[in-house]
Ligand binder design. Sequence first.
Ligand SMILES: [Zn+2]
Length: 250
Amino acid sequence: MPVYTSDALILRTYKLAEADRIVVFLTRDRGKKRGVAKGARRARSRFTGTLEALTCASVAYYEREHRDLVRINYVELHQSALAAVARGTRDAAALGHAEYFAELIDEWAPEGHADERLYRLGASVIDAIAAGAETSRLARYFEFWLLRLQGVYPQLTACPECGGAFDGGAVLPPREQHYLCRRCAPAGGTGVSIAGLRFLRSAAAASPDTLSDVQLDEGPSRELEIAHRRLIHAHLEKELKSARVLRQLR
Ligand SMILES: [Zn+2]
């Protein structure tokens, strides 16, 4: 049985049999995997505290011939939102966002082939959560980059209809997945102000640990949240469970 050790992001787990868990994780070098963590639900398990959503860890696992499920040998924690909450550097609200980010990565990560940029985005966001980054700014950054890495974020350079600049802000028209300038946009739709666009342009060049220098007030953050939810919904053709939970919490 070949054994591998990879840096990985734990995305989610579910119960298996009496005491085990199935763990979905994105490895840095070999894509998304599903594995069995034997005894993970026992009170004194070697996996305790290492399998929370969006944990960054070193995962050792065996691949078995003709089996989709790998067997997880051990998980060595590097960083997680839960560990940051335990240390007192984060409040518990960060856990809801960690789950939201993990669910988005899970939806987008291809099975079985590596996507190192997606891995790096997830790992850098965990570090930012642990370092105390402001969550709504981090969430808008993460959504923007996730959609960008998939090549589906609408272009921000010029209005595709008239070629003009987005000098008065932009609008995501109803049922469309591109921004138009305010002159070309039909009635309705989701507006993004100049401040929102400025945030996106800064986010394109920023890393999560420099986000504290990038301004995003509550109004523009809210606009981007709605626009991003519509884009994600259109591409995944469903609403995420964790996104609904976050909304209800607010
Ligand atoms: Zn236009």
